[in-house]
Design a protein around this ligand. Structure first.
Ligand code: FES
Length: 284
């Protein structure tokens, strides 16, 4: 057993449900592809897109040459099943503009976006004096994660930090912003709609190799994945966190929860919180 006076819960979204961080943020995924590029054709600088359909572009030194990185195609977790298309769309974009032939690398990321786009860094709740959180980095985790480490170490050591108030994790949250209302309505309608609307497929035979599908079997919502050897892995489609129905993510072969972003491997093992439990196994 480990004991400590001060604890920092830095699990992307805090796995402790106090503090309502799951209600003050929404989960978002984003993608990057990487390809070697002739330095003569490479963009001179780093470009960050803005707006709904934007791309970010930069290069980085790699293997004696340059690697072009193109990112974008972000979306709310669980709203896109064919995530493979997101990578293809980025590759097409890079192909058209930079004449790239082959893409060697792909990454995706997931992060919690806060209401005001500022991270929550500080005490878990006003009543916790030694439990701290850092979340809501809004896809800027490299810089905000570093900043959170500096700020939290000052808070624990009792040092003044001019940014403590700005990022205070217990700051008042305007729950009636259009974004938060929309997100709350989406979560509620997923929770209710998924439950009462039958999932269309009802037989494991309908799940193709390499594919995940939601089924209704004996009135139970089932998330079924058939691996390349033909074996079906069936688990409950109900997220153990707050009981939303998970969605299939084809690019990562994972089950992702649209409500607060928990993710599970294709055979139901939890790989990202706030859930700390696996999806329940279903006997096929
Ligand atoms: S992550 Fe909250 S219900 Fe799934």
């Amino acid at each position: 057993m480990l004991t400590s006076r001060d604890v920092i819960v830095a699990t992307n979204l805090p796995i402790l449900d106090q503090g309502l961080f799951f209600a003050k943020t929404h989960p978002k995924r984003s993608y990057i592809v990487g390809a070697k590029i002739d330095p003569a054709k490479a963009p001179q600088g780093m470009y960050i897109g803005s707006g709904k359909k934007s791309h970010s572009i930069r290069t980085t030194p790699f293997d004696g040459g340059l690697l072009l990185l193109v990112g974008g195609e972000g979306h709310k977790v669980g709203t896109v099943t064919n995530t493979e298309e997101k990578y293809q769309s980025l590759e097409n974009y890079a192909r058209d503009r930079f004449g790239i032939d082959a893409f060697a690398y792909r990454w995706s990321t997931q992060d919690m976006v806060s209401v005001d786009r500022l991270p929550y860094i500080g005490k878990l709740t006003p009543f916790h004096h030694h439990t701290y959180v850092a979340t809501g980095f809004s896809l800027w985790g490299m810089s905000k994660g570093t900043m959170a480490a500096m700020l939290l170490s000052d808070l624990i050591l009792g040092k003044e930090n001019p940014y403590a108030q700005l990022y205070d994790a217990t700051r008042a949250t305007p729950f009636l912003t259009p974004d938060l209302i929309k997100s709350g309505v989406e979560v509620a309608s997923r929770w209710v709609g998924d439950r009462f609307q039958g999932l269309l497929s009802s037989s494991f035979a309908e799940v193709k190799e390499g594919e995940g599908k939601l089924l209704t079997i004996d009135n139970q919502k089932v998330a079924a994945y058939r691996d390349d050897e033909g074996t079906v892995h069936a688990v409950s489609a109900v997220c153990p966190h707050l009981a939303c129905i998970v969605s299939w993510n084809s690019g990562e072969k994972s089950w992702d929860c649209p409500c607060h972003g928990s993710r599970f491997s294709c055979d139901g093992k939890v790989i990202q919180g706030p859930s700390v439990q696996d999806l329940e196994q279903v006997v096929t």
